[in-house]
Design a protein around this ligand. Structure first.
Ligand SMILES: N[C@@H](CCC(=O)N[C@@H](CS)C(=O)NCC(=O)O)C(=O)O
Length: 235
């Protein structure tokens, strides 16, 4: 039976930009598993009641309902051990660092840069909810939080360890991508789908890694709809 993934969508049902969902879509592709993605809106909490959860991704795989992106990766390794994502317990423990690196270093820097683009990419019915919850989280208005100059400077320094790593291997996980790459790359798919901001210069080794990641699994990322592909959607 094909697995089902509840996946955040924006102004267009095909516009999918959740960094957490992208992790999982890459992980499923890594395992060679088919998935049906189901578009979901921030405010459609009812649709996730069956999972007793209020966020995506939610994976339904046969009788299993799995929430939280990192837990979904662990689940996939447990149930489909071929082509490991996280690997043995030691490797899994190390991969957790990349989860937090993506969420606590990269995401805040990107968020400051693309927040207004995100608001624009989000479904109109979700915009008040998004503004209210994020302004509460940031302790200021979205407009006050928005600072591409600051965001890009933060991102530039946050990418330093990644540049160091990519000087010795093509992927974070070595010769081929696995969980660490997907955990981090989800953020770049987030920005790519919701914004036209150039986050990384062409000369940066991170740029070359992004290009390699876009081509993985039959061009999974490269083929994804971007806000810039939707006529009249980009401000
Ligand atoms: N820790 C969760 C975070 C998931 C998450 O925050 N998803 C966002 C979409 S990118 C969401 O569903 N937010 C719902 C909300 O803000 O109400 C994971 O790793 O899966």
């Amino acid at each position: 039976m094909t697995a089902v993934l509840y996946d955040l969508c924006g102004i267009d049902e095909e516009l999918r930009f959740s960094p957490f969902c992208w992790r999982v879509k890459y992980a499923l592709a890594h395992k060679g598993l088919a998935v049906e993605t189901r578009p979901w809106h921030f405010t459609d909490k009812e649709a996730l009641a069956f999972a007793d959860h209020d966020k995506v991704p939610v994976l339904v795989d046969g009788d299993s309902i799995v929430t939280e992106s990192f837990e979904i990766l662990r689940y996939l390794d447990r149930v489909y051990p071929e082509a490991p994502l996280l690997g043995d317990p030691l490797a899994e423990a190390r991969a957790r660092f990349f989860r937090h690196y993506a969420e606590r270093s990269l995401a805040p820097a990107m968020m400051r840069t693309i927040i207004m683009d995100l608001l624009n990419a989000i479904h109109p019915d979700d915009r008040d909810y998004f503004r209210e919850t994020r302004e509460k989280r940031f302790g200021r208005t979205l407009e006050e939080f928005h600072s591409p100059t600051r965001g890009l400077a933060l991102l530039d320094s946050a990418l330093e360890p990644l540049r160091g790593l990519l000087a010795t291997s093509d992927y974070i996980d070595g010769e081929a991508p696995a969980a660490a790459d997907y955990l981090v790359f989800g953020n770049f798919m987030w920005a790519r789908c919701a914004s036209s901001a150039d986050l990384v210069s062409n000369a940066d080794p991170v740029h070359a890694w992004i290009e390699r990641m876009l081509d993985q699994h039959g061009g999974l990322g490269r083929g994804a709809l971007r806000i810039t592909d939707i006529e009249g959607a980009y401000r």
